[in-house]
Design a protein around this ligand. Structure first.
Ligand SMILES: Cc1cc2nc3c(=O)[nH]c(=O)nc-3n(C[C@H](O)[C@H](O)[C@H](O)COP(=O)(O)OP(=O)(O)OC[C@H]3O[C@@H](n4cnc5c(N)ncnc54)[C@H](O)[C@@H]3O)c2cc1C
Length: 545
């Protein structure tokens, strides 16, 4: 059965909620589909805060410079300017909508994070910033009658009409356990990142890059998929999730120590604990190899009262695992955290597929370049979510009713694409088992061969294995997972240098002469390079390999 709405948003994190609110102001019907419960997203787990140049000693030009410096030569200057300038406006609006950032004597409190030249990070309830933002945005969106939410509705593919424009989505209806189509005038992808492709990650299970796979299958261009940020400090305990120990802890003076108790970071970078994340992550891995022991984050210089007040969630979580933040250093390890690449967009969230828009972590606007500056992603989701919503409305006049709709799946093999979820109990169980096995294998390969340190042979082996796995009879959801893993590995193999979140052991240096370009991937085409992300400004031309 096919349903119909005016506009579809895929995802209920900061980008999706902000886009929905923007579009709904026009009176149009907006349907927000989300894979799990409405609050389950990367946004919900964001701890440290949101960067914005709002303090008295700060300027947007400084925020802009810091963002560009972190991006290792690949930031899109125009996109960064939009981020930092519009950021002030949209954060102010978020506060007006009831978001409670921490204050002291009525004034907003700003904390420090790595590679920021000013204290410019707003935070909520100490270390639960994302949760507070989601609360405020869901309250706002929930009060708008023309926004409806469809929770536990995992989108599998996009509907594409005869003119190549996006005309809706196919999703799994949780009630009847069958796929359903919804048609709409336009679709906004706000489905978040892909950290859960990796064995060790700070991301929740929903972050499997589905939006990237769906957009790719529909013919959209993806950019910079090789750039993955590994957060240096996730809790490292057997059989415990890789719970994030926020960068703000190092911002507040936290020290990394090796198994001998040595504070080792100065040996690797002059900024020590506040060096860029990729450098801290690799330094931790090296120290673990060198000492054959663990690395620890030491916060014992602070009083118990300070730690309980400043990092209540982290303090509690450590306590849950019988670790006392005030008395002992906490074992840490890097984990996949954020993907800089994604669906290529212009400055308004338009993708290269008509009537398909993207915002937030699923998108690649070029604001992060090869390495994201801490706390810039919540800001990106907010700013570009609103801008994508506006662009949807601006483009509405050019809308023409769709004809000859088909759905775009990761490959054109109809035997695999038409496996639905109505295939009977034993069929379902069998597919469920295959999907789980694929997931586990791919996540391990991504961690071991497409992770913090990459080599040509490792990447090639991962790609060969992905291809083998691809021959199995898989459902669209598993194919989406495999498709994103392949896109990351392929781009990582292509880029023969090291830059930002991409480190090749066999090409350990940054090579601006040959590689200060973005990778562009499109279905049925070789990887191309482009000088810019914004395709309105320049199209990719040169095919390198
Ligand atoms: C532990 C942690 C801490 C972080 N801390 C910070 C921080 O302090 N500051 C900062 O700026 N950034 C932080 N980040 C990064 C930041 O949270 C994310 O980049 C940002 O929230 C992404 O927002 P989004 O709206 O693009 O996606 P998300 O918030 O991830 O939302 C994606 C949505 O899409 C839905 N979805 C996914 N696939 C489908 C599908 N197939 N069908 C339907 N729905 C789907 C999901 O269910 C979810 O609702 C952190 C991330 C993590 C994991």
């Amino acid at each position: 059965m096919s349903l119909e709405t005016d506009y579809i948003i895929i995802g209920s994190g900061i980008a999706g909620l902000r886009a929905a609110i923007e579009i709904a102001a026009s009176g149009a019907r907006v349907t927000v589909l989300t894979k799990d419960r409405t609050s389950e997203s990367n946004t919900e787990y964001a701890q440290g805060g949101v960067a914005v140049a709002l303090s008295e000693d700060d300027e947007v030009a400084l925020h802009e410079d810091d963002t560009i410096a972190a991006g290792a030569g690949l930031c899109d200057a125009e996109a960064v300017r939009v981020l930092v300038e519009d950021g002030k406006k949209y954060i102010t609006e978020l506060i007006e909508w009831g978001t409670e950032f921490d204050r002291e004597e009525g004034h907003l409190m700003f904390t420090q994070e790595a590679a920021h030249s000013r204290r410019r990070i707003l935070h909520s309830h100490g270390d639960s910033t994302g949760k507070e933002i989601v609360r405020a945005l869901i309250a706002r969106a929930g009060a708008i009658r023309n926004i409806s939410f469809l929770a536990h509705a995992a989108t599998e593919s996009l509907l594409i009409d005869g003119s190549g424009a996006c005309a809706g989505v196919r999703y799994l209806d949780p009630l009847v356990r069958a796929t359903r189509d919804i048609t709409a005038r336009a679709v906004v992808l706000a489905s978040g990142g892909a950290g859960a492709l990796f064995l060790h990650t700070t991301n929740p299970n929903v972050a499997t890059g589905d939006g990237m796979a769906m957009a790719y299958a529909a013919g959209a261009e993806l950019a910079d998929m090789e750039f993955v940020q590994f957060h240096p400090t996730a809790l490292m305990l057997e059989n415990a999730p890789r719970f994030l120990l926020s960068e703000a802890m190092r911002g507040e003076g936290g020290i990394l120590r090796n198994a001998d108790g040595e504070a080792f970071m100065r040996r690797y970078h002059t900024a020590a604990e506040l060096a860029p994340r990729d450098i801290v992550s690799r330094s931790i891995v090296r120290e673990v190899e060198r000492t054959a022991g663990k690395v620890y984050l030491d916060m014992t210089m602070h009083s118990r009262q300070f730690l309980e007040r400043r990092f209540p969630k982290i303090y509690e979580t450590c306590r849950h695992f019988q670790l006392d933040l005030a008395r002992e250093p906490i074992p840490v390890s890097p984990a996949a955290h954020y993907i800089m690449g994604g669906v290529r967009t212009d400055l308004h969230g338009r993708t290269t597929v008509p009537r398909l828009y993207a915002a937030g972590e699923v998108a690649c606007t070029g604001v992060h370049g090869a390495n994201r500056l801490a706390s810039n992603s919540l800001l990106e989701g907010l700013v570009f979510g609103a801008r994508a919503g506006r662009a949807v409305l601006d483009d509405a006049e050019s809308y023409k009713p769709s004809k000859d709709t088909r759905y775009a799946a990761p490959d054109d093999d109809t035997t695999t694409n038409h496996i639905h979820h109505t295939s009977g109990a034993s069929g379902s169980t069998q597919h469920g088992e295959i999907a789980l096995a694929v997931l586990k294998r791919v996540r391990r390969l991504m961690w071991e061969r497409v992770g913090i340190t990459r080599t040509r042979s490792g990447l090639q082996r991962a790609l060969n294995e992905f291809e083998q796995i691809g021959h199995a009879r898989l459902r669209t959801v598993s194919r989406n997972f495999l498709s994103v893993a392949t896109l990351v590995a392929r781009a990582a193999l292509w880029r023969e240098e090291s830059r930002g979140g991409h480190f090749r052991d066999d090409f350990p240096h940054q090579d601006d002469e040959h590689w200060q370009v973005h990778s562009i991937q499109q279905r049925d085409a070789q990887i191309a390079s482009s000088a810019m992300i914004n395709f309105e400004a320049e199209s990719p031309v040169s095919v390198q390999r």
